[in-house]
Design a protein around this ligand. Structure first.
Ligand code: GLY
Length: 406
């Protein structure tokens, strides 16, 4: 039966945003027995499309981000089970690799910066082993002999975000089809424009769905806003809810390793090269990902200087990078927040009560792939009425002045 704009769609949980976070949430919600509807004109074509997929809570630790570390470590611990569950359901090809990470320094100042970071990591009980360059080159023979510092981080792994997204979407559609639901009403390829409320004049009462770009309404018991930077564009957000998201663009490259250079490396390499970070992530399919810049210039296109810098600095780690075939350069914006931590959970009103029917999961900044399993878990628990106070510090309303009652 075809739908006209006057036929509302209905579901248990509408997830706005089909990046890896929205997909992960839809997956766990569906496994928990909810009928889900994922709304995105182009699933997995935003930040997920660019992401390298490092599962790196230790090497991506930043000073003053200990709260975030609790979340990143909890999610890293969930990744093996998350990957296994997908494999058990028939989707094993997500590029989950438990190979280690090497942190490398190119000059004396880089060595000092890595040593200071290692001290901070050690104070937090994180396992980082110092290696000699000879030891590092035993592990990765193509590393440059000119490097001056190497640390081994055994627990920082990787996954292929595009493969994860494709696997989850296929899993969502297959399960929905088994329950007799249509594919185009499970993954709805259009834009969500506005939240619908029980009383449209008042944003305090229960959220009851979403208005789509094509005029259709989606009626849902719960709506999850998981569309990254797009969250602030949605109409009908609770009055005075501040979602302080800013775009932090990253340029990233994909290259093919010629047969004679395989395996170029097995570990993920994270370099500090004359003060600039660069990483190189080897994939199962003989490609590598080199990234990533972090710029706040608001420009969506790939920056030529960034491409030059990434290739130059990656060659300082592995000179053979010069012989690879450049396949792709991509730029995408990550959704940054003032404290670099996500906006995750329900929204509290001024009376201390949560606004029913509405959940938020955005602002994952540089950690969307890593944080997918824990975000999916936390949101699914909230859907079931379970709130773990450990995660209250990531509430989406923590930057909002008191939400006003109407
Ligand atoms: N997490 C890697 C990046 O944002 O570049």
């Amino acid at each position: 039966m075809s739908c006209t704009p006057s036929d509302p769609l209905s579901t248990d949980v509408a997830v706005i945003g089909g990046g890896i976070i929205g997909l992960g949430i839809a997956l766990e919600a569906q496994r928990a027995g909810h009928r889900i509807m994922l709304i995105d004109p182009e699933p997995a074509r935003g930040a997920t499309y660019a992401a390298a997929g490092m599962l790196a809570p230790v090497s991506e630790l930043h000073y003053q981000e200990e709260d975030l570390l609790t979340l990143t470590l909890a999610s890293a611990a969930r990744w093996p089970g998350f990957a296994r569950a997908l494999a058990d359901e028939g989707y094993p090809d997500i590029g989950f690799r438990t190979t280690p990470t090497l942190a490398l320094g190119a000059n004396a100042a880089d060595r000092n910066a890595l040593a200071q970071l290692r001290e901070a990591q050690a104070k937090l009980g994180l396992d980082v082993a110092r290696l000699s360059i000879r030891e590092a080159r035993k592990l990765e023979p193509l590393l440059s002999p000119d490097l001056v510092a190497a640390h081994l981080i055994a627990e920082d792994h990787q996954v292929d975000p595009r493969a994860v997204a494709a696997a989850i979407e296929a899993r969502l559609l297959a399960a929905a089809q088994r329950s007799g639901h249509r594919a185009d009403e499970t993954v709805v390829r259009t834009r969500a424009v506005e939240l619908l409320h029980e009383n449209p004049a008042n944003t305090r009462p229960r959220t009851r769905g979403v208005l789509l770009d094509d005029g259709r309404e989606v009626h849902a018991r719960e709506v999850v806003i998981a569309n990254g930077l797009g969250a602030t564009q949605l109409g009908g957000l609770p009055e005075n809810l501040m979602l302080p998201l800013r775009p932090v663009h990253g340029d990233i490259l994909r290259l093919r390793v010629p047969e004679h250079l395989r395996e170029l490396c097995t570990a993920t390499l994270r370099g500090m090269v004359r003060g600039l970070p660069v990483y190189l992530v080897p994939r199962n399919d003989g490609t590598v990902v080199i990234g990533a810049t972090a710029r706040e210039d608001g420009r969506d296109g790939v920056n030529a200087g960034a491409v030059h810098q990434l290739l130059r600095d990656a060659q300082a780690l592995l000179p053979a990078v010069a012989e690879l075939e450049l396949l792709e350069s991509t730029a995408r914006a990550r959704p940054g927040t003032p404290d670099n931590a996500p906006l995750l959970g329900r929204v509290e009103g001024p009376d201390g009560r949560e606004m029913p029917g509405l959940l938020i999961a955005t602002g994952f900044f540089r950690h969307g792939v890593l944080l997918t399993p824990i975000a999916a878990h936390i949101i699914t628990e909230l859907l079931a009425g379970v709130n773990d106070p450990a995660w209250d510090r990531f509430r989406p309303d923590r930057f909002s002045p008191a939400l006003q009652e109407h």
